[in-house]
Design a protein around this ligand. Structure first.
Ligand SMILES: *[C@@H]1O[C@H](CO)[C@@H](O)[C@H](O)[C@H]1NC(C)=O
Ligand SMILES: *[C@@H]1O[C@H](CO)[C@@H](O)[C@H](O)[C@H]1NC(C)=O
Ligand SMILES: *[C@@H]1O[C@H](CO)[C@@H](O)[C@H](O)[C@H]1NC(C)=O
Ligand SMILES: *[C@@H]1O[C@H](CO)[C@@H](O)[C@H](O)[C@H]1NC(C)=O
Ligand SMILES: *[C@@H]1O[C@H](CO)[C@@H](O)[C@H](O)[C@H]1NC(C)=O
Ligand SMILES: *[C@@H]1O[C@H](CO)[C@@H](O)[C@H](O)[C@H]1NC(C)=O
Ligand SMILES: *[C@@H]1O[C@H](CO)[C@@H](O)[C@H](O)[C@H]1NC(C)=O
Length: 765
């Protein structure tokens, strides 16, 4: 079966038989083609030499890497095949492919490369359309050209990783029930999702559920009949039962200052609240102020909410006026992140007792105890405050308003809290509320399309059922094959790093020890629960078939529990994240990475390693990079070599290009090339362990591996903006002098001198 005729033919394909390169591109780069040709002859000869030599060895990888593999026919493989059309095959159009194309068959010129559209720091709306990847704080740019659909022969683009994860969750939630109540918790998540998708039920009941809830909370001054309610009691109730944080927000997380140490302790964090209108920052006076031009639309939307709640319109002026006045007063002391960072206002450590002294209007202990029940929280516990001046200002404002307005019976503090609650609950109310909110957000310049309903429902389900979902993904998608992939990638990464040439022995020892002590793990212990434990976790949840509002309230309670688990476990439930993180001595590889089309346990391993293996290696390198870059020589020397290779191949005779790479680009080139090598090495390791693999479209193992790498770097690389050329060019570099590639990367029939340098690393030989 090794000697499949199709593959043999492929291996002996000569340059002349290859598809003609795109004329426009190639004429322009005639010079470089010569280089490539000569180069490839050399490569072929060299490769053959290596091949013959190595075939003598017992290594199972060497004789078989270029051989045909039995096709993978699993449903997942059949689905992923659409991503691997001929257009996508690096070796079918080597001429334009590696330099410019990134998968578009040559139509993608270097000029288009620069017409990228910046996706700014918007939230993750309309994931289907504008895809955005946010990794390590870098907001990336994404090419707008989106080659969706295969009708015209174009290959189907990989989705970005977040979208792929959300779609996987949707599939899990929509899958038909199997077995009877084996997994009651999963049934609950599915029921939640289906009631969320059923838009009708919320329309029928209108605003009634919310009005009933207000009654239970003691009424409000806006409609008559407010019982005496205690400010602190109501606030604690909203925080604990309704995930609503009117005056300040509260969450659990680690201290960024402790990242370098092995600690993975989590703290209560107290931050500015979310305001429902835009706030302007005056950088001269360094003051915040609510944008005045949006106050009128804001007032209008407030009046619309009241009308929807059946409040007579003559009440609007007073209550909406007070609401806006209180909101804008609070907003005065907020500050944007960059300012807080420069003023060292982030991660301010303080005990709850000290906080009580500084901001006495809030009963901090009671509120935090309620938020993190059943955990014991005491006065002496440390919390991290991210804008103490705001917290002090907020407390003073509350005290003043308490005295000034409460006597008049208008109770603006209480009304403010009810409005915050309304905002939390809008997704569970009828669509007129949502439309009002949406109209206001459009009025403030939000041009994004509405998020599709399924996406909102997946996100909500994720808020309440995060533990269950990461468990479900792990069970279905990230099995033994995932553990092996992690193991192989980390092992080959360690090997690669050990081989680096370090500037100084002591620091290299420190770094290498650290890398050795880190232990990569598939998510956290919360993902390793048995079905019984999971069912127990969700035992108190009783979901209704048709009352989405009550289901939504239960989801909020689940979210509270998840928040306190996060605080007590000290490790994050990272199951639904998409990038690795370091926690203490563990590298947490989230199960959310192991979703198709990036990974599937039935895929050929060449695909899994080429795709997710290289992504994982890249993510890990980015985590470890700050240390490596300073201490090792390789990033600089190897990236310079690759860059000069690139320049020599693309050199336009009439043009002198001698600019060198900026440090961040140098670094990225090295990371990406190293990731390719690490992934290939990991695949080799896996192949040696289990000789044999399946394949797609009749490709040989190595061919499929390289195609997968190219595919994923072209479509889903979150660091694309830091690359000075299409990352697929790295395959050219890899193929330039090793016998690894299925066929020479030639372009036309001319010959020229080829680059003398070879940027190969030792690990590949
Ligand atoms: C106020 O309290 C009384 C007695 O506790 C109760 O009957 C009434 O329903 C409450 N009203 C509201 C608006 O909560
Ligand atoms: C609002 O109007 C109703 C009658 O339409 C009246 O009874 C009530 O006193 C008015 N309230 C205010 C605050 O003007
Ligand atoms: C909330 O409780 C704290 C602590 O008991 C108290 O000092 C403060 O006055 C209360 N706030 C209000 C607005 O009643
Ligand atoms: C939202 O705006 C649209 C268009 O301006 C309008 O037709 C619609 O009635 C508004 N909806 C609400 C609930 O205000
Ligand atoms: C590092 O140690 C090796 C042997 O352990 C030695 O040959 C080399 O000179 C040392 N390099 C530096 C920079 O100290
Ligand atoms: C998961 O739990 C089982 C027993 O409950 C244990 O044997 C296994 O090692 C655990 N796996 C991980 C990755 O923690
Ligand atoms: C080689 O290149 C020359 C000139 O560019 C062209 O005329 C010739 O047809 C080419 N030969 C092949 C086999 O493509």
């Amino acid at each position: 079966m090794d000697e499949n005729p199709a593959v043999r033919q492929e291996m002996v394909t000569t340059p002349e038989e290859q598809p003609q390169p795109h004329p426009v591109v190639c004429n322009k780069y005639r010079g470089l083609l010569l280089v490539v040709f000569a180069f490839s002859l050399f490569a072929a000869a060299f490769g053959l030499g290596v091949y013959c030599h190595l075939q003598k060895n017992a290594d199972p990888w060497m004789p078989r890497w270029k051989s045909a593999a039995p096709p993978c026919l699993s449903p997942a493989c059949l689905r992923v095949t659409e991503h691997f059309s001929v257009d996508m095959d690096p070796f079918s159009r080597p001429c334009d492919y590696f330099l410019f194309a990134c998968g578009t068959g040559g139509s993608y010129t270097s000029e288009e490369r620069h017409s990228v559209k910046g996706v700014s720091n918007e939230d993750n709306r309309e994931l289907d359309k504008k895809k955005e990847a946010r990794t390590g704080g870098n907001v990336r740019m994404r090419r707008e050209t989106d080659f969706q659909g295969k009708s015209d022969g174009q290959q189907v683009k990989f989705p970005d990783r977040k979208t792929a994860l959300l779609k996987t969750i949707k599939e899990i939630l929509e899958a038909p029930e199997e077995g009877v109540s084996v997994n009651a918790a999963e049934q609950k998540a599915k029921k939640y999702f289906s009631t969320c998708m059923d838009a009708e039920s919320t329309e029928k009941v209108g605003s009634k559920p919310f009005l009933t809830l207000i009654q239970q909370l003691g009424g409000w001054a806006v409609s008559n009949g407010l019982n005496r309610t205690d400010f602190n009691t109501t606030l604690a109730l909203l925080m604990s039962q309704y995930s609503t944080f009117p005056f300040f927000s509260v969450y659990a997380g680690s201290d960024s200052g402790e990242k370098q140490t092995a600690s993975s302790q989590h703290y209560i964090q107290i931050d500015e609240p979310y305001f429902q209108f835009p706030i302007d920052w005056n950088s001269k006076t360094q003051k915040s102020k609510a944008s005045t031009r949006y106050l009128r639309p804001f007032y209008m939307s407030c009046g619309q909410y009241l009308a929807l709640l059946g409040v007579p319109s003559n009440q609007t002026t007073q209550h909406c006026g007070l609401y806006i006045s209180l909101s804008t007063t609070l907003a005065l002391a907020t500050a944007p992140l960059h300012y807080r960072l420069s003023q060292k206002l982030l991660y301010h450590r303080i005990t709850i007792q000290e906080l009580q002294t500084l901001a006495p209007a809030i009963d901090w202990l009671a509120c935090l105890q309620a938020t993190f029940q059943p955990l014991p929280i005491s006065q002496s516990d440390l919390v991290l405050v991210h804008n103490l001046p705001y917290i002090i200002h907020m407390s003073q404002t509350i005290s003043i308003w308490q005295v000034q307005h409460e006597m008049m019976g208008t109770r603006p503090l209480h009304t403010y809290m009810i409005f915050s609650l309304l905002h939390t609950l809008i997704p569970a109310l009828d669509s007129r509320f949502f439309q009002t909110m949406r109209n206001f957000s459009i009025a403030t310049g939000d041009t994004q399309e509405e998020i599709p309903r399924w996406l909102r429902c997946v996100q909500q389900t994720e808020r309440g059922f995060d533990t269950l979902l990461s468990h479900a993904i792990r069970e279905r998608h990230a099995r033994k094959e995932a553990e092996e992939l992690i193991h192989d990638v980390y092992l080959s990464l360690k090997k690669k790093l050990t081989d680096l040439s370090w500037r100084d022995n002591r620091s290299s020892a420190f770094i290498l020890n650290k890398i050795k002590s880190l232990n990569p793990r598939l998510s956290t212990k919360t993902n390793n629960l048995s079905h019984a434990e999971l069912n127990h976790l969700y035992a108190e949840v009783v979901l209704s078939e048709d009352d989405f509002f009550s289901n939504y309230l239960q989801m909020l309670v689940l979210e509270q529990k998840s928040r306190s688990r996060l605080l007590s476990h000290g490790t994050q439930t990272e199951g639904l994240s998409i990038t690795p993180s370091i926690s203490g001595n563990d590298i947490i590889i989230p199960v959310g990475m192991f979703v198709s089309p990036f990974f599937h346990s039935s895929y050929p391993r060449a695909l899994n390693y080429g795709t997710l293996g290289s992504l994982m290696a890249k993510d890990l390198l980015h985590h470890l990079l700050p240390n490596i870059h300073k201490q090792a020589n390789n990033p600089e020397s190897e990236s310079k070599c690759i860059w000069s290779h690139y320049l020599s191949v693309t050199k336009d005779p009439g043009r002198v290009v001698t600019f060198s790479l900026s440090p961040s680009k140098q670094q990225e080139v090295w990371v990406q090339y190293t990731a390719l090598q690490v992934a290939l090495d990991a695949y080799k390791m896996s192949f040696t362990r289990h000789p044999g693999d399946s394949s797609l479209s009749g490709l040989s193992y190595i061919h499929l591996f390289l195609s997968s790498f190219t595919k994923v770097t072209c479509d889903a690389d979150s660091y694309h903006e830091f690359m000075p050329f299409e990352p697929s060019f790295l395959v050219t570099v890899l193929c330039s002098n090793s016998g690894f590639c299925p066929k020479p990367l030639t372009c036309v029939n001319k010959s020229q001198s080829y680059p003398r340098e070879t940027c190969q690393s030792r690990t590949l030989h």
